[in-house]
Design a protein. Structure first.
Length: 163
């Protein structure tokens, strides 16, 4: 039990560090809302290595603490909506994908994360026209999800069963 809690705490800290560090990097593309999502590599790896319960705890702690550091209630709403939809996608895909297909799970999860954030934006701002932004977010989700998924898969391969 102690080992499990310690591992989850370390992964939460790592995800939070990646989240905060990424926030300091200038955007790679001049499109609002598009970023790599480096912390999601931790979440995907946790889903396949630790299981759904620990992954949910890590994800929610990172969202809560990240929102505290970002100092924005709207950031918390968008992160939570994207994170929950992303988590549900990973939960379903984990049942049919293997660890060597972690990158596939990550791509779908990233697209769902963007969809969740966009849905929250539409509800918060009461502007259905924001839905026109979905193709851009879907493309960015595919690219960034592939990157974070391959990163998580590489980490899993390097750690083997030690993780």
């Amino acid at each position: 039990m102690t080992k499990r809690i310690t591992r989850a705490a370390l992964l939460t800290a790592l995800a939070l560090i990646l989240f905060v560090a990424e926030a300091q990097i200038p955007p790679l593309v001049p499109i609002p809302g598009v970023k790599l999502g480096l912390a999601n590599a931790v979440t995907v790896w946790a889903m396949f290595s630790l299981g759904p319960a620990d992954t949910l705890a890590i994800l929610l702690a990172r969202i809560l603490l990240g929102s505290v550091f970002a100092g924005s209630v709207s950031a918390a709403i968008f992160s939570l909506s994207g994170g929950v939809l992303c988590y549900l996608a990973m939960l379903l895909l984990r049942r049919i994908l293997t660890e060597s297909q972690m990158w596939v799970c990550s791509v779908f999860a990233a697209v769902c994360h963007n969809a969740g954030q966009l849905l929250a934006a539409i509800l918060v701002y009461r502007t259905k026209g924001l839905a026109l932004y979905f193709p851009v977010l879907m493309l960015s989700g595919i690219v960034t999800g592939l990157f974070t998924g391959l990163t998580a898969q590489l980490v899993a391969r390097r750690l083997g069963r030690r993780g």
